[in-house]
Write a protein that binds this ligand. Structure first.
Ligand code: RRO
Length: 312
């Protein structure tokens, strides 16, 4: 099941969604067994920022029907803390490392992405553009030209593949994907969480310390599948599909909709070994795929996958 993602060879098509699997804590809990049976074929770090951040006040999670609303607020050690403490541990993982970065201006994003991309331990950089550009007040990833500006700033600073993580909270995510591609992105990943809110049932005040949050899990799967299909139809660069994938059949659907590889997110909170299980369940559904293009070649239609999407 070898897959080429932007020139990086992966031993399969399963990634994690950024921020949904703490590999450093898992290594502490499970020891080297984690490395021997690592659930993903590439590992995506939690998003980092230039400066350390505390994150949002608690509560940070709300369990929704078939999903989760989070308002974590990007707690992280900042670039220096990440490079000193987390990167050496993440470099021990047996799969290529993708580091997710976020900043509040294109120039700061370029500085951060450049500092990360120059490290040998890092295979690819993912730009999390689900945040406002403080210069324009617009959420970078909600607007095609803002996204293009961010990617244009990063492109000359990173000699590694650059993935743009798309937000579903855009009028036309496929137009944002096309803008990212036009500005030099090597891949897009989608989707990040959908804006959501929950009220405390006793007070009717916002439950989450951050006020509102982002919805993920099976509740968003149909939305994600539609956006992955729309984006895949619009761009030539590889698409990393995610949003509520919980089974091999779900993964097969996203691949049939045009994703080159898929990512498991919220399901890993329920079952830390979900990535492995999904890989196992997907394998008999996949048939033979070309390792570089991801195209199926003459094999049977994967069960659970809507192959008409490919020819549509
Ligand atoms: O940290 C978060 O609260 C967070 C981030 Br940076 C993100 O990109 N998506 C999300 O659902 N939560």
């Amino acid at each position: 099941m070898n897959v080429d993602l932007c020139g990086v060879s992966l031993s399969g098509p399963i990634l994690n969604g950024s921020g949904t699997f703490d590999a450093i804590a898992a290594r502490r809990a499970f020891g080297d067994a984690l490395l021997e049976r690592f659930p993903f074929d590439a590992f995506v770090s939690k998003t980092i920022t230039r400066e350390p951040r505390q994150g949002n006040p608690p509560p940070r999670l709300w369990e929704a029907p078939a999903g989760l609303i989070n308002s974590i607020g990007l707690p992280n050690k900042g670039l220096d803390g990440f490079l000193a403490h987390d990167l050496p541990e993440l470099a021990e993982l047996p799969v290529p490392l993708v580091v997710s970065v976020m900043a509040y201006t294109p120039a700061d994003l370029a500085d951060l992405a450049g500092a990360v991309a120059e490290r040998d331990e890092v295979a690819m950089v993912e730009l999390n553009v689900s945040c406002p550009n403080v210069e324009s007040g617009l959420v970078m990833g909600a607007d095609p030209s803002e996204t293009a500006r961010a990617v244009e700033a990063v492109r000359p600073r990173a000699d590694k593949p650059v993935i743009v993580k798309l937000t579903p909270n855009a009028t036309d995510p496929a137009a944002v994907a096309a803008a990212a591609e036009g500005a030099g992105a090597d891949a897009v990943s989608l989707l990040n969480t959908l804006k959501g809110m929950a009220l405390d049932p006793r007070t009717r005040e916002p439950w989450l310390g951050g006020g509102s949050g982002g919805l993920s899990g099976p509740a968003v799967r149909a939305v994600a599948l539609e956006q992955v299909a729309a984006v895949s139809a619009r761009v030539e660069i590889p698409v990393i599909g995610m949003g509520g994938i919980a089974t091999g059949a779900d993964a097969a659907d996203f691949l049939a909709a045009g994703a080159r590889v898929i990512a498991v997110g919220t399901e890993s909170f329920r079952d830390p070994a979900a990535g492995q299980r999904i890989r196992r369940e997907l394998s008999p559904l996949q048939g033979h795929r070309h390792p570089e293009t991801g195209e199926p070649s003459g094999a049977a239609t994967p069960e659970g996958a809507n192959s008409t999407l490919r020819s549509a």
